[in-house]
Design a protein around this ligand. Structure first.
Ligand code: NI
Ligand code: MN
Length: 225
């Protein structure tokens, strides 16, 4: 069994019996975050793309925990340059780690690190993570894309996080369509309310979804998978 915790925005922690992972640890500067970077214990830091609200405190957390950063080749190497241990991957590739399997998926979004996002970090990505027999899909920042249908056909997704904030990613109606394509058992909305421009009502998303259980997690809330 794994415990999956939402820390606000796109930050998700996964704890299995033996392993701790964190995805997109944007904590400093996220007023909705219920934790501090020093609270995080994780051996693997998965980062979907180079934007500041996803890399977040990843480099500092990786170094403090002697953890491994899993990211696309370009972003992973940027993190290596900052002193992190890395495991680079790229879109379409999967790898078996100690904790389980990670497949890197495409995302319709940009990449770039730094104040002005000018340092090249390759394309944006998502992750399919299989751990303790359950598959979790974290798509990162993305617009709706038809290949989500293929991802849903080829994987039995137990839990999917989907951005609903609009402006930078899918909004509610496109995320509802994504649920149809992915057919996960459980879906959790993310990437909303952190900033005024991505304010959304997650209950509207919940009311529009059919065929999956929508669970709205407040930052700090968990699901036992
Ligand atoms: Ni982004
Ligand atoms: Mn973002």
């Amino acid at each position: 069994m794994s415990k999956v915790t939402f820390y606000g925005h796109s930050c998700v922690g996964i704890e299995s019996q033996a392993h701790k992972l964190i995805i997109d640890p944007f904590i400093t500067g996220n007023e909705l975050s219920p934790i501090k970077p020093d609270d995080v214990e994780a051996k693997f830091i998965l980062i979907t793309h180079g934007h500041g609200d996803h890399v977040g405190d990843g480099v500092a957390i990786a170094k403090k925990n002697n953890a491994t950063v899993i990211a696309n080749f370009e972003l992973a190497n940027l993190c290596a340059g900052e002193g992190c241990n890395i495991h680079p991957m790229h879109i379409g590739g999967a790898h078996n780690f100690d904790f389980g399997r990670v497949k890197m998926t495409m995302a319709l979004h940009g990449g770039g690190y730094g104040e002005d996002a000018s340092r090249y970090t390759g394309p944006a990505t998502g992750f399919l993570i299989t751990i303790d027999g359950k598959t979790i899909y974290h798509p990162g920042d993305t617009g709706l894309f038809l290949d989500m249908k293929l991802i849903g056909e080829m994987n039995q997704i137990d839990l999917a996080f989907l951005p609903i904030g609009d402006n930078f990613t899918m909004g509610i109606d496109d995320a509802v369509k994504a649920v149809e394509f992915l057919s996960p058992s459980i879906v959790v909305p993310m990437h909303y309310d952190t900033f005024p421009v991505i304010a959304q009502d997650p209950t509207e998303f919940a009311s529009k979804v059919s065929g999956a259980k929508v669970v709205i997690l407040k930052p700090g809330d968990s699901i036992d998978l």
